[in-house]
Design a protein around this ligand. Structure first.
Ligand SMILES: Nc1ncnc2c1ncn2[C@@H]1O[C@H](COP(=O)(O)OP(=O)(O)OP(=O)(O)O)[C@@H](O)[C@H]1O
Ligand SMILES: [Mg+2]
Length: 334
């Protein structure tokens, strides 16, 4: 199976419209390797049966991108919520009285809302309520950053397909039947991450969780090419360096695919190349890869710069000889 043939035109560019919905659109940058395909197929199977899915995994493993891709495939408008420690249940479903919170995470509402009067009416028809009523797709990104009790409202939505709106009860609208097309896609980071709350079991029990790890090498290469426009052989070098460094130290999750993309983009912009003797490539690698989390020290001094140099040398040599070996049979047959 050739790598390039595996790339198919895909979706996931996000367009935000005035209604606060996001409409995912086709994006040619989305990479669809067999690894990505199998993840999306599994998730889509659950969504089609009516379940909500949850991508759980370390930073930079493609969770949010996958969520948007699936949402695009569902072809429904998308409502996006980011988990926030400041959320209360009523922030998710809306409220019709007494607004006292000082922090709003939404830029739109921030800029539009001037008076408490207006604020009330906006929050009454809040994002989750809209998604449930109109059968939109909800992407709840990093939902474990919200306090568990703020997410309680989701329990009956996912199980009984009913949205409970206690504050609306006196007007006879205390319950809202969830539209059959409504689906939710959740993402979360592991519990040991800063700012992440321990997830409530009741919610997890109602979701189907797909654990995601870093992509396989081929997918990382394709993403790096797609996002930065560099050549395949240079993308291979960068990805191999990053994957090797990921194994160093106590944190085996950094550097992530984001580092591959960043190095690729910067060297491409500067006209540099992923070669051992390109000074620009070398300093870009040092800056991007010298992550604080990879704490490898000797007498208080970080060993990372040295380790990065060593890995660059090793990978460049290995890939060069690998390419020569691959080219030789072709040349010989000419
Ligand atoms: N299939 C893909 N095609 C193209 N680019 C991708 C794909 N998957 C992930 N990426 C890119 O990889 C990077 C990391 O992906 P993403 O932001 O989805 O990770 P994440 O798991 O949500 O990370 P975090 O936990 O830090 O939010 C992004 O720049 C994203 O655009
Ligand atoms: Mg994310």
């Amino acid at each position: 199976m050739g790598g390039m043939e595996n790339i198919e035109a895909l979706q996931s560019e996000i367009i935000t419209n005035d209604d606060d919905n996001v409409v995912p659109e086709a994006s040619e940058e989305f990479v669809y390797t067999s690894h990505v395909r199998s993840l999306t197929e599994r998730a889509m199977a659950y969504l089609n049966v009516g379940y909500s899915v949850h991508f759980a995994g370390a930073a930079g493993t493609g969770k949010t991108t996958l969520a948007f891709h699936l949402a695009a495939e569902l072809e429904r408008p998308v409502i996006l919520i980011h988990g926030d420690d400041e959320f209360g249940s009523s922030d998710l479903v809306g409220r019709d009285s007494g607004y006292r919170k000082s922090k709003l995470i939404d830029n739109y509402i921030h800029s539009v809302v001037r008076t408490e009067e207006e604020m009330r009416s906006l929050w009454v028809d809040n994002r989750l309520t809209t998604a449930c009523r109109d059968g939109f797709t909800l992407i709840y990104d990093e939902f474990t950053r919200s306090r568990p009790e703020a997410n309680n409202v989701l329990l009956s939505i996912l199980e009984e397909k009913i949205l409970n709106l206690p504050s609306m009860r006196r007007t006879g609208e205390g319950y809202l039947e969830v539209h059959p097309a409504f689906r939710a896609i959740f993402t979360s980071n592991p519990e040991e991450y800063a700012g992440v709350h321990k997830t409530q079991d009741a919610l997890l029990d109602r979701l189907i969780t797909i654990n995601v790890d870093h992509y396989d090498r081929e997918t990382e290469i394709q993403i790096t090419i797609s996002k930065s426009g560099i050549s395949r052989s240079e993308a291979e070098t960068i990805v191999d360096i990053v994957r090797e460094l990921r194994m160093v130290g106590v944190n085996n999750h950094r550097p992530t695919i984001r580092a591959c993309i960043a190095i690729g983009k910067v060297i491409s912009h500067l006209g540099a190349h992923a070669y051992e003797n390109d000074p620009i490539f070398l300093w870009v690698c040092q800056d991007v890869l010298n992550t604080e989390t990879a704490k490898v020290t000797r007498s208080g001094q970080s060993l990372m710069p040295e380790k990065i140099k060593e890995v660059i040398r090793k990978v460049c040599k290995q890939n060069k000889s690998g390419r020569k070996a691959a080219i030789r049979p072709v040349m010989e047959s000419v």
